[in-house]
Design a protein around this ligand. Structure first.
Ligand code: GTP
Ligand code: SPV
Ligand code: MN
Length: 596
């Protein structure tokens, strides 16, 4: 409990509105969490998995209409529409509060409200921030206890100062009605209201709602950045570690890159990868003027399908204990879990993700999925075999390179480097990627997703680009170098041209060599691309010509990407009107003239 008057007054107000039967503070004690697990098992909210094979692991199934983020029901409620910008849904705060108050009123009658004090970032780090989430879902409590630091230590860090900054988060699952589902951020009020969902990024309010939407707004005002980026440390044979942050859209490979295992020939030489974070970076300028990254989270909310011992051994290991699985399939033979891509042996006696008992192989042969494509694991970061020794460092790690990337069958080459920070900001701003199952809606459609932040920017995207430019000016020659990668280029038959996963290390080495000025490059219209001999393809089933194809930039194709009347970059920028920073317009002109 706390004596902080602001916290208590807010809690009273929310309790008066939601009318829970009981209010319980989450202390962070293991005994309390264990009791909640038992309760969730007793009510059927969670299933206990095989204690020998998956100790401390649980299974949860969400409503079939509630399996991903819902971007069309996500709002940024700033006083004026222009502050939210043209790519966010907006409603005036008063109007939204009134609308939602009607929905929340009495929504927790007969239910228990849990008060979760949590810290994003190590408790007490100068870069950490505090939130308090009120929820009527045990599933949310147990996930938050993995994904963030929860409990009394956080309340102590907040203290009794009524002006101390914290984010007020309210979640009610209500009746999980998709028609009345709202995920709403009020940046000026440090407030998040979520209702009628019980899934992932919609309800674990520390994650996308706070650590990206609210935090990006706070960062702009306070001179730091909140980004949808993994953080990895790459150790060379001399034992030096350099850090890379990479922004890829949802389900485009952040968790995989963050935990990659280098190809054998590099492991033998002594190269290693250390994971600091797999989804979100908070970036601050350190005392030496360099950019430092902390991971505000304490766990991984990772995509299950495609995770296998071969593709992501470290993620799989992370899920072996203390993990919650959501919407995967159950192997009834031994009460363990399965998903597409785990191995080639789908369980015969299976329960698929919606709860039907099926014959796994037959069910798949009929064209069904056993696990939902956006099924997830919630695993403690400390489980990860390659978790970085710097994971808890309150100062964060110094960033050498920033990497943007998307899922593009064509156009974007395997890797290219921007000319400088301003051009790098532009490279991030023109990012595009094929949509994935991480959000409700069509999959595989190319859309603009600047800095992988389209669904997560808490204010006007054009002003956000302006903030990037400001940060670049402050960093000066200490700014990280900015790159763009694409692991997903395909041939005309739809096969991936690049092996991906651990082999992405080969590209990271080129990136770090560029940062150190150790390797030359070819200047093309969009920036610098590697000379084919500088990407090591030792041991790959790939010819130098195939690699050259992957590095090719087709100016005509790029011009189409710029000028397409529907999906082009020109058109995309135009919607921001006079909010678009002039530097971005200049970079676009320069790109066009280079391409021509
Ligand atoms: P979010 O948690 O939604 O933010 O996703 P993420 O960016 O962390 O993506 P993740 O690493 O979970 O990968 C998503 C999917 O892409 C998985 O099915 C992976 O198997 C696949 N994937 C990841 N890296 C690669 C790669 O290098 N090549 C190919 N072909 N697929 C990849
Ligand atoms: C994403 O969609 O980028 C995720 C999953 O990391 S969620 O927490 O649902 O946002
Ligand atoms: Mn993500």
């Amino acid at each position: 409990m706390t004596k902080n008057a602001t916290v208590l007054a807010w809690l009273d107000e929310m309790v008066a509105m939601c009318k829970p039967a009981k209010v319980t503070w989450i202390t962070g004690d293991e005994a309390q969490l264990e009791k909640l697990r038992e309760e969730a098992v007793a009510t059927g909210e969670m299933i206990k998995l095989n204690e020998e094979k998956l100790p401390g692991c649980y299974y949860h199934r969400t409503a079939v209409n509630d399996v991903a983020r819902v971007e069309d029901r996500t709002f940024i409620c700033t006083p004026t529409e222009v502050e939210a910008g043209p790519i966010n849904n907006w409603m005036a705060p008063d109007e939204m509060y009134a609308k939602l108050t009607a929905l929340y009123t009495g929504s927790m009658e007969g239910r228990e409200m849990y008060v979760i004090p949590y810290s994003m970032g190590p408790v007490g780090s100068p870069f950490s921030k505090i939130g308090i989430e009120l929820t009527d879902s045990i599933y949310v409590v147990l996930n938050m206890a993995i994904m963030t630091r929860v409990g009394n230590a956080v309340l102590n860090a907040l203290g009794d100062d009524p002006d101390a900054e914290f984010v007020k988060c309210l979640h009610a699952k209500k009746d999980v009605n998709p028609e009345e589902r709202y995920i709403v951020q009020f940046p000026q009020d440090n407030t998040i209201w979520s209702i009628n969902s019980a899934y992932g990024g919609n309800v674990l309010l520390g994650k996308k709602c706070f650590a990206l939407r609210i935090a990006s707004y706070l960062g702009r005002n306070q001179g730091w950045m909140a980004e949808h980026m993994l953080i990895l440390g790459l150790e060379n044979p001399q034992g030096e570690v350099k850090y890379i942050c990479a922004a890829f859209p949802s389900a485009c490979g952040k968790t995989n890159l963050a935990m990659l295992i280098p190809p054998e020939y590099l492991r033998e030489k002594g190269y290693k990868v250390w994971t600091v974070g797999d989804d979100i970076s908070w970036l601050n300028i350190g005392p030496d003027g360099r950019l430092y990254a902390i991971n505000p989270e304490a766990g991984f909310f990772g995509v299950a399908p495609g995770t296998s011992p071969k593709t992501n051994f470290n993620a799989l290991e992370s899920t072996k204990r203390g993990t919650i699985f959501t919407n995967v399939a159950i192997n009834n033979a031994d009460n363990t879990v399965w998903w597409e891509g785990l191995d080639k042996n789908p369980p015969v006696d299976a329960t698929e993700w919606t709860g039907k008992k099926v014959n796994g192989p037959a069910y798949i042969a009929e064209g069904n999925n056993l696990a939902h494509p956006n099924s997830r694991f919630t695993a403690p970061a400390v489980n990860c075999p390659c978790i970085s020794p710097e994971f808890e460092n309150p100062q964060g790690v110094p960033v050498s390179a920033i990497v943007f990337g998307g899922r593009r069958a064509k156009c974007a080459p395997l890797v290219y480097q921007s000319r400088d920070w301003q051009h790098g900001t532009f490279v991030g701003a023109i990012m595009a990627s094929e949509t994935t199952a991480a959000a409700a809606g069509a999959v595989g459609v190319v859309r603009r997703d600047p800095m992988a932040m389209k669904p997560f920017v808490g204010y006007n995207m054009a002003q956000y680009w302006g903030h990037w430019l400001e940060m670049g000016k402050k960093l000066g020659d200490k700014a990280p170098k900015i790159f763009h990668v694409n692991w997903f280029r395909k041939d005309d038959d739809g096969n991936f041209l690049w092996p991906g996963f651990g082999d992405n290390m080969r590209v990271l080495l080129w990136i770090l060599d560029r940062c150190d000025g150790k390797v030359d490059a070819d200047e093309v219209a969009i920036g610098y691309v590697p000379k084919a001999e500088d990407i090591d393809i030792t041991g790959l089933d790939m010819t130098k010509d195939q690699l050259k194809d992957l590095l090719t930039v087709d100016n005509a194709e790029w011009l189409k990407d710029v000028e397409d009347p529907q999906t082009g970059i020109k058109q995309y920028f135009a919607q921001f009107g006079d909010q678009l920073p002039t530097e971005m317009a200049q970079e676009l002109d320069k790109l066009i003239s280079n391409l021509k």
